[in-house]
Design a protein around this ligand. Structure first.
Ligand SMILES: CC(C)(COP(=O)(O)OP(=O)(O)OC[C@H]1O[C@@H](n2cnc3c(N)ncnc32)[C@H](O)[C@@H]1OP(=O)(O)O)[C@@H](O)C(=O)NCCC(=O)NCCS
Length: 173
């Protein structure tokens, strides 16, 4: 039987300070630096789940709602939502904190997909991911639809085969 692990076992938190070299000319955090940190924190979460080397397979749309500023403390939280065969979806939340002002805002949210690979770089199966809390269950359930959407967009799945997505878009007259 396939090994099972709680999704909460993959929970990873990373804290960064926005320094001058991380910012653009408006003194806001550069998007590329943010995505670099998101990639690292989510790769660690995927490694914790799989106990394997992982590679980034895809990054879902990352939107930048508000700009973290120079001197902000950035907290990135990542956790596996669901594992398939060799791939895992990871959910990331990002917060920016202005400690002197006593304010903290959520700035980003994204889903990254990682694939566990062996020493030769070939995909290898990972444990099943078991959700516990209502929020984890909601993310777990939605992961199948998100996987189908990204596989269609990357040309790896035909829309016709995406049963969950088709059901979602079944509109009544
Ligand atoms: C990701 C990678 C290992 C997939 O290899 P592959 O030969 O296409 O393997 P497969 O077709 O067997 O797919 C393996 C898994 O990857 C998933 N996958 C592949 N491309 C994907 C994509 N664009 N989005 C989401 N999942 C993807 C498949 O759905 C499959 O998942 P499953 O095993 O859970 O069903 C390979 O494409 C790779 O090494 N890419 C480069 C990764 C990298 O270097 N990332 C950093 C870039 S800077």
């Amino acid at each position: 039987m396939r090994k099972q692990k709680k999704v909460s076992e993959s929970y990873t938190i990373m804290t960064e300070l926005v320094l001058p070299n991380d910012t653009n000319t408006l003194h806001n955090l550069m998007g590329g630096r943010m995505m670099h940190w998101m990639d690292i924190v989510s790769a660690i979460a995927a490694q914790k789940h799989s106990n394997r080397i992982v590679v980034t397979a895809s990054v879902d749309n990352v939107s930048f709602k508000q700009s973290p500023k120079l001197g902000n403390v950035i907290t990135l939280e990542a956790q596996v939502t669901r594992a398939f065969n060799s791939s895992m979806e990871v959910h990331i939340n990002v917060y920016a904190e202005d400690i002197p002002a006593g304010s903290k805002i959520k700035t980003n949210e994204a889903f990254f997909t990682f694939v566990a690979v062996d020493q030769m770089g070939s995909p290898i199966d990972v444990p099943e991911a078991v959700p516990g809390t209502p929020e984890e269950i909601e993310l777990f359930d939605g992961a199948l639809r998100r996987r189908q959407l990204r596989l269609i967009l990357s040309g790896r799945m035909k829309p016709h085969d995406a049963a969950e997505l088709k059901a979602l878009f079944q509109l009544e007259d």
